[in-house]
Ligand binder design. Structure first.
Ligand code: ADP
Length: 288
């Protein structure tokens, strides 16, 4: 099984005639509410990949619809607590040219408590996978507790923060980053990716595919060629599929190939968690 300590965010999208200037009040042309957050995206992706996923996190009373939607999608939600705070949300302003402005409020996502995590992890089995991103609290404690129980621990280093990476580097088995995050790690930590002390390092490169570093060796994988429409959620989809394949005891090379196919289909679709492709979608896409 996959144990995902992850964010659950409402994406509140407002289309505007232009982005608001300081002091300006603007009426939106339209409004849409969707399920997002890197954690939720990864849980949905891992489930669509056929994984058995337990999401661990918190929402406020205003976010019960998100927990319900995750449950409808097949994610285990028994460990998403409802707390007395606003749910995590992103207020996304879009102008007509594709430019955006985003405000994120972590809210309930950073109110996870370690005793709860210990209790949850006591239900996991050695060999299961634990994953987390940088949108919740108690990341290091979670990684360490999962390691202690013999889980394989994956960190998706996004949104990137040097401090967050430093905190968990000695507690993880798999590190997944995109090219921008890998460059930040090299620049801000002075650590070449080849020297990262983590067993498996996977760096996604968008249309250029990805790199896998393992035991001093490096392998490059080309991405399938597609026409991108919206690249949001590609990385989360990639990671969810990767972990579901690994949990299914596939080797890393096969897991990466499948994850790349999932990421490629994802960029042909508009939206986030709600439109993450299923295994059938992927097979159909590449059969045609
Ligand atoms: P993020 O969304 O975190 O920035 P990337 O853009 O690197 O991550 O995308 C993650 C993965 O999704 C890539 O490794 C690739 O497999 C797939 N992908 C992303 N963009 C494209 C693209 N334009 N064409 C094909 N595959 C893509």
């Amino acid at each position: 099984a996959i144990w995902n300590l992850g964010s659950v965010n409402a994406d509140l999208v407002y289309r505007l005639p232009h982005l608001p200037a300081p002091g300006e009040t603007l009426a939106a042309l339209s409004h849409q509410r969707g399920l997002g957050g890197k954690g939720a995206n990864m849980s949905v992706a891992a489930v669509r990949a056929g994984g058995d996923v337990h999401h661990i996190g918190a929402v406020g009373e205003d976010g019960v619809w998100m927990r319900d939607r995750l449950e409808d999608y097949g994610v285990g939600v028994a460990h998403i607590r409802v707390v007395d705070a606003a749910s995590g949300h992103a207020i996304i302003a879009l102008d007509g040219s594709g430019e955006n402005q985003i405000i994120i409020h972590p809210g309930a996502n950073i109110l996870v408590e370690m005793p709860v995590l210990e209790e949850v992890l006591s239900r996991a089995s050695a060999g299961d996978i634990a994953v987390f991103q940088n949108e919740t609290n108690v990341q290091r404690d979670f990684a360490r507790a999962a390691r202690d129980r013999g889980l394989r621990v994956c960190y998706a280093a996004a949104p990137f923060s040097v401090q967050a990476v430093r905190d968990v580097l000695d507690q993880i088995d798999i590190l997944v980053m995109n090219a921008v995050e890998a460059a930040q790690l090299e620049a801000e930590m002075g650590l070449a990716v080849a020297d990262i002390p983590v067993a498996d390092v996977v760096i996604t490169l968008g249309a250029d595919g990805c790199r896998w570093l393992h035991q001093g060796r490096e392998r490059h994988f080309d991405a399938p060629r597609v026409t991108p429409v919206d690249t949001t959620g590609a990385g989360d989809t990639f990671t969810g599929y990767l972990l579901a394949a690994l949990d299914n005891k596939q080797d890393m090379a096969r897991a990466i190939s499948r994850a790349q196919m999932a990421g490629a289909v994802m960029v042909t679709r508009l939206g986030t968690a709600d439109v993450i492709p299923t295994q059938d979608d992927i097979d159909q896409f590449f059969a045609s």
